[in-house]
Design a protein around this ligand. Sequence first.
Ligand code: AN0
Ligand code: CP
Length: 320
Amino acid sequence: MKTYTNVFDLGDLKTALAEAAEIKKDRYKYEGLGRHKTCLLIFFNNSLRTRLSTQKAARNLGMDVIVLDVNQGAWKLETERGVVMDGDKSEHLLEAIPVMASYCDVIGVRSFARFESREDDYTEKILNQFIRYSGKPVFSMEAATGHPLQAFADLITIEEYKRTERPKVVLTWAPHPRALPQAVPNSFADFMNEADVDFVITHPHGYELDPKFVRGARVEYDQQKAFEGAEFIYAKNWACPGVTCPEDYGKVLSKDRSWTVDTEHMSWTDNAFFMHCLPVRRNMIVTDDVIEAPTSLVIPEAANREISATVVLKRLLQGN
Ligand code: AN0
Ligand code: CP
């Protein structure tokens, strides 16, 4: 593997899941692989899980780790070519990328959607500059339109907890006070469409995800109908993806709390497990009762971030 930005980079998912199970049994099995190799993690945005689990994963493989928070202590970076840099930005990404790359062997990048231009976000302008100008294997730690380390951890969690061969998995929109990216739901859809599950997406009108990620999935606007018979409920907020309403891209169209996942919502399901990538706002996305119930998987799901990152870094080191 040379880059990790979406489900297709993993190839056969059964093989990837078997590798995850192998790592989970002995997370230090490939400890020798990263000797004298350095993993650089670059954060343009906040993080708790990704920051910790990816460092842990790199150490499982015997790598050294450098973490850079671009907005805390580094020079402010210009990302556009052709700009007269007479403002507050002291350095251009086009110098910063090769410099940073010269100190490491693998690069992880977190760079959220900026909601300034749908085209810039959906062409992954920042992440692709790292891929193009670093000359090093690059992996997404949540970029503008995808969060594949999260979605791989979610798939591992579903595989571990599923009660039926082909479980019904529902991705549901839920309300949030601020505009959030589509990266998590996009990648979750990307993975579920390739996995052996019955996948349904539910959200209010106007929140249609990009067809590149929805592909053949069933979209059901009636949340109750969508939840019926579900074995896994995956909740997430996202701002307007601008598919049916380009002028509304990045806007909060609804804060309708009838979409908040509570015990009544869960009663429509087949005793489903509850999932969320975290961080989560309680009683907006999900009630205290649901997230604290024994059927809540949010903690094991977050723990599996170490496993997904170990598999991905291992493959990037092996170059296969
Ligand atoms: C981010 C998002 O929704 O993409 C990160 C989730 C992993 N969430 C927030 O910014 C609250
Ligand atoms: N789920 C996730 O990526 O969390 P962080 O934003 O805390 O890294």
